[in-house]
Design a protein around this ligand. Structure first.
Ligand SMILES: O=C(CO)COP(=O)(O)O
Length: 245
């Protein structure tokens, strides 16, 4: 049995009251079989970090700025996240790539900033449905990874967790088929190995729930899960974090 990484991405959901109720559930459990990280919206980060200070559960952010400081209204730097108790940060989620036109180059910059303050980046990659239909999955994955290998040394890249999140599986209620996940993870692992980055944590994300977690975590090269909707329920998140594999 190996230790996996389970990351809950709460996206733009919640209130002080609902966050407090999830935190109470998580704290009551005290430990989980796998490493657990919750990524709340910015306004609840410090509150979650304070509440989870004495627990093994870590806190992450959902995005970070590509520069250190300056006249950038609405932006939050890696230094600010670390200063508020964050240890992880999601970078390049497909929802941000799409709605905020984030480029691969900008995402690589965000990773560099995060690594410089010891925040552990979780970079999301994955193809859209039309790209999958056109047989372009590998091309897209290699393009997204290619910018990272241009900007990061093998040592830097080895500290980045890579989440394969096929865009068409996110929020669909149906995780990607096992063979698709296996193939994508194999491609990602081979690409990273060829670059000299050997120890990456690889995650799968897209409609993960307590029912499919065991099967997903049993797929070769899957070292953890990035969980959206199901992570808003403390019990469900704990159940996923306690999956026997
Ligand atoms: O986007 C996701 C996690 O980052 C996946 O979301 P769902 O688990 O809701 O499909």
């Amino acid at each position: 049995m190996s230790q996996k990484l389970i990351v809950g991405n709460w996206k733009m959901h919640g209130s002080r009251a609902s966050v407090q109720s999830i935190l109470a559930q998580l704290k009551a459990a005290q430990t989980s079989r796998h490493t657990l990280v919750v990524c709340p919206p910015y306004p609840y980060l410090a509150m979650c970090a304070a509440a989870l200070e004495d627990s093994p559960i870590a806190v992450g952010a959902q995005d970070v700025a590509a520069s250190t400081h300056g006249a950038q209204t609405g932006a939050v730097s890696a230094e600010m996240l670390a200063d508020n108790g964050c240890r992880y940060v999601i970078v390049g989620h497909s929802e941000r790539r799409l709605a905020h036109s984030e480029s691969d180059a900008m995402i690589a910059e965000k990773i560099v900033r995060s690594l410089s303050v010891d925040l552990r980046p979780i970079v999301c990659i994955g193809e859209s449905y039309p790209q999958r239909q056109a047989g372009l999955t590998e091309t897209i994955l290699f393009r997204q990874l290619g910018t990272l290998t241009q900007k990061l040394s093998p040592e830097q890249l080895s500290r980045v967790a890579i989440a394969y999140e096929p865009v068409w599986a996110i929020g669909s209620g149906k995780a990607a088929p096992k063979n698709d996940i296996l193939h994508a993870h194999r491609c990602i692992r081979q690409y990273l190995n060829a670059y000299g980055s050997h120890s990456n944590t690889l995650l799968y994300g897209g409609s993960v729930n307590p029912q499919n977690a065991e099967e997903l975590l049993s797929i070769a090269h899957v070292n953890g899960l990035l969980v959206g909707g199901a992570s808003l329920n403390g019990e469900h998140l704990l159940c996923i974090a306690n999956t026997c594999v």
